[in-house]
Write a protein that binds this ligand. Structure first.
Ligand code: NI
Ligand code: MN
Length: 225
């Protein structure tokens, strides 16, 4: 799987001709101005929760691509009501296609649409394709529920929020990496706004001190799992 960082908590994941976008917030992110959302390919858009910094570009990308929006029941109904293709699920459920599976797992956070309407309960995804698995935590605090994931799935990458204030910070992300039993971590949800600015060198050093790897990708850059 090729994972491209689109800034903030936005990802593009590609494998065997399948394109998945996660939590697109690109046109509103000045750090991601080099990315044109009209160039993005998507067969599926995974949405972890309804906050603006995760859904801003969902409708534009879904219109451009015809992608299926996969999210919790309330978010799926919201977009289904606007005639987008959707798949509704809830915590513990797994969306399966011929090429991948995506399990909706717990997150400790909130989830309201920008107008205040209910966005269901927030979650994350465990994405499995080509024999590899990635945990996309979404916005979350550290939670003991993370320990459930490695009981079933050996992760090859954990994508964890590290910006603090609205989610885990670095120290909790290190514990989350222990909980999910994955020492290869891609950090996201940092630096986009003043309250979530981090010291990147210090963050990486803290992971190194624990014999873990914290990857911080430049926006538009990719890694392979
Ligand atoms: Ni949020
Ligand atoms: Mn967020």
């Amino acid at each position: 799987m090729k994972v491209t960082y689109l800034g903030h908590a936005s990802l593009h994941i590609e494998f065997e001709g399948t394109h998945i976008i996660v939590d697109p917030f690109i046109s509103g992110n000045s750090l991601a101005s080099a990315i044109d959302i009209n160039d993005l390919k998507a067969d599926y858009i995974l949405v972890t929760h309804a906050h603006q910094d995760h859904i801003l570009d969902v409708e534009t990308i879904a219109k451009n691509t015809g992608a299926t929006i996969v999210s919790n029941y309330e978010i799926a109904m919201h977009y289904g009501g606007k005639d987008f293709k959707v798949f509704a699920m809830n915590h513990g459920g797994t969306y399966k296609t011929d090429t991948f599976s995506a399990k909706y797992v717990n997150a400790i956070h909130t989830s309201a649409f920008p107008d205040g309407s209910y966005g269901g309960q927030p979650g994350g995804f465990v994405l499995t394709a080509n024999g590899k698995s990635i945990y996309i935590a979404g916005d979350t605090a550290l939670t003991y529920d993370m320990k459930l994931i490695p009981l079933q799935t050996k992760l090859d990458l954990a994508i964890l929020p590290i910006g603090d204030t609205f989610t885990m910070g670095i120290d909790d992300a290190i514990l989350a990496s222990d909980f999910v039993e994955c020492d290869r971590v891609l950090g996201y949800h940092y630096d986009s706004f003043p309250p979530i600015k981090i010291d990147q060198a210090e963050a990486k050093q803290k992971f190194t001190d624990r014999h873990k790897e914290l990857l911080l990708l430049e926006i538009g850059k990719s890694l392979t799992v």
